[in-house]
Design a binder for this molecule. Structure first.
Ligand SMILES: [Zn+2]
Length: 74
């Protein structure tokens, strides 16, 4: 897998892992983060969710692109 190419799927939404990890936690931003969506998931290194802001500014995407690869949600 490509470096840093980790992703997390919740419902039909896709999150990409951010490199910056504070307090040893991992931050996952919605793939629409760069389009202004503020939904975010914070997990521990063991992928236990410690924070989950599941408020999207958009409908679930039918397709999404992560690390140059387009995925289909259904
Ligand atoms: Zn979103």
């Amino acid at each position: 897998m490509a470096r840093g190419g980790y992703s997390l799927r919740v419902d039909s939404y896709m999150y990409n892992r951010r490199q910056s990890a504070r307090h040893n936690n991992l931050r996952w931003h919605c793939t629409w983060y760069h389009k202004g969506c503020t939904a975010v998931v914070v997990t521990t290194k063991d992928y236990k969710v410690v924070k989950f802001v599941h408020e999207h500014s958009h409908e679930p995407p039918r397709t999404y692109t992560a690390c140059g690869v387009t995925f289909y949600s259904r």
